[in-house]
Write a protein that binds this ligand. Structure first.
Ligand SMILES: *Cc1c(COP(=O)(O)O)cnc(C)c1O
Length: 484
């Protein structure tokens, strides 16, 4: 027997088995219908459903398993429903008023589906010019929002943390901070900067650089005068100030650093000025915000999160960088096995502007919602979130709560100080715990300079006035209950 005959037989057998991976259209339709029906029912349940569900005491959850045999879609969805899409926080709910919500607009899911099915290669221009053109277009659109020149570009990332990391890495290289220069290099932040910035500094090898926590004003905004003094003192001491990180909307309180003044200081001392606008960035779509954002156009880089301010599902951030050459120098690499990639292209490739090579075509999940809705409803929703936060600010004071600064964006802090309570911090910790157990809305807390605060973060597109009224009602019930 010729060896090739058995080989042919084996191939035929394997082909019949592996062809299962390409289902008939009837099976595709069936799966689609079932997944769509589940999704649709899920969305319809959100309005009345809880924002948080405590795990029940009881037996350990069933272990997940995978075998050689197929499982019907109904059973898989059932397992997903029971074992995954169940306890804990429901980030799709409008009652999610903690951390930084977003919500997950539906067309983003369709974008992900198209990206997965077409599986266009989003890393290199030569491999898929249209894909890269679309992603670069979306990045340039965001650049134009913040007032960067048309030569600016950046990268679509998985989120704000990676966006900040890419910016910091670029700043480090642009200023040649390596080896024994690291301990001399100075970075300026406030204590309210998002912790992913400190994480990024460490990952980028700047863990031994000097970090200055610049004092803040009574609204938790960086004090530009104090910054200038600190930079002068550091120069006097022979150190090298090189990086200033401002926040356009801090996570804790929604504070906007005085970007214009920070840009002045950075400019005077030739520092890289990075703005973390992961939370607040898209409020720039509202004209009334112009003065708060003034100066962001003079920054060197910005991190901004469509999965927050454009209500996309988790998995899309962006870094925008003015000096694309610097971004490129930090991230490109010419690999031998990619030698036939002709890239004298007019469009820079994402693979040369980020640590990623093969990546999710994540631009589609942004493009579809923007196209299908147009920008107007996004603007309206952002304005609604601002006003809802102000509405809550007034109402919660009427309930006798103490508040932090008047909200600049859609996040604010507040706490209840009961006349009888010896320990207000403990009271508020119990309050947030009670709200969590109740589950109708979900709130989080923070501690600033030893004071325990509750936070309200309004950014889900599903949060409306009725949600905030519900939140006020729950808080009122819980303080009465705790004081009884
Ligand atoms: C959420 C947030 C981050 C981190 O972004 P991820 O998308 O969660 O990685 C960074 N900075 C600020 C101000 C944020 O609100």
């Amino acid at each position: 027997m010729k060896p090739s005959e058995s080989l042919i037989r084996q191939l035929a057998l394997l082909e019949s088995q592996s062809r299962i991976l390409e289902p008939e259209s009837s099976l595709r339709d069936h799966w689609m219908k079932e997944v769509y029906a589940y999704s649709s029912q899920f969305i319809d349940s959100l309005e009345k459903g809880p924002a948080f569900v405590e795990p029940e005491d009881g037996p350990e959850p069933m272990p997940f398993s995978i075998s050689d045999h197929p499982v019907p879609i109904e059973d898989v969805l059932n397992e997903f429903d029971k074992q995954v899409n169940t306890t804990g926080l429901n980030p799709a709910s409008g009652g999610h008023l903690a951390y930084i919500p977003g919500g997950g607009v539906f067309p983003a899911g369709l974008g992900d589906l198209l990206a997965a099915v077409s599986n266009r290669y989003a890393g290199i221009y030569y491999a898929s010019p249209g894909t890269v053109r679309l992603e670069n277009f979306l990045i340039r659109w965001m650049c134009s929002l913040i007032g960067y020149p048309s030569s600016a570009l950046g990268n679509l990332t998985s989120g704000g943390s990676i966006a900040n990391l890419i910016a910091i890495t670029t700043a480090r290289d642009r200023h040649g901070i390596v080896g024994d220069k690291v301990p001399q290099a100075v970075i300026y932040l406030t204590k309210q900067v998002h912790h992913c910035v400190q994480k990024a500094l460490r990952i980028a090898g700047l863990g031994t650089a000097v970090v200055r926590y610049v004092p803040m004003d009574n609204q938790f905004r960086m004090d530009a005068g104090a910054l200038e003094k600190q930079v002068a003192a550091d120069l006097e001491a022979g150190l090298s100030p090189f990086l200033l990180v401002g926040s356009a909307g801090t996570t804790d309180t929604g504070a906007m650093d005085p970007l214009d003044k920070l840009a002045d200081v950075a400019g005077r001392h030739d520092m890289w000025f990075h703005v973390d606008a992961a939370y607040g960035g898209f409020f720039i779509l509202l004209q009334e915000m112009d003065s708060l954002f003034c100066g962001i156009e003079r920054s060197d880089s910005v991190a901004i999160d469509p999965h927050k301010g454009l209500f996309l599902p988790y998995g899309l951030g962006a870094v925008l960088v003015k000096d694309v050459e610097a971004l490129h120098r930090s991230h490109f690499y010419q690999a031998g096995y990619l030698q036939d990639v002709i890239d004298e292209a007019s469009e820079p490739s994402p693979a040369d502007l980020s640590p990623e090579l093969t990546k999710h075509f994540r631009g589609l999940r942004l493009w579809l919602p923007l196209k299908l809705y147009g920008l107007a409803p996004f603007r309206a929703a952002l304005q609604e979130k601002l006003l809802l936060c102000r509405y809550f600010y007034e109402k919660i004071r009427e309930l006798g709560f103490e508040t932090g600064p008047e909200p600049q964006l859609s996040v604010m802090i507040y706490r209840f100080v009961p006349p009888s309570a010896a320990d207000a911090n403990a009271f508020n910790a119990r309050l947030v715990e009670e709200v969590r157990k109740d589950g109708r809305v979900f709130l989080s807390s923070t501690t600033i300079d030893g004071t325990f605060w509750l936070r309200l973060a309004v950014l889900s597109f599903r949060t409306h006035q009725s949600t905030i009224d519900m939140c006020l009602k729950v808080l009122k019930e819980k303080i009465e209950h705790l004081q009884a």
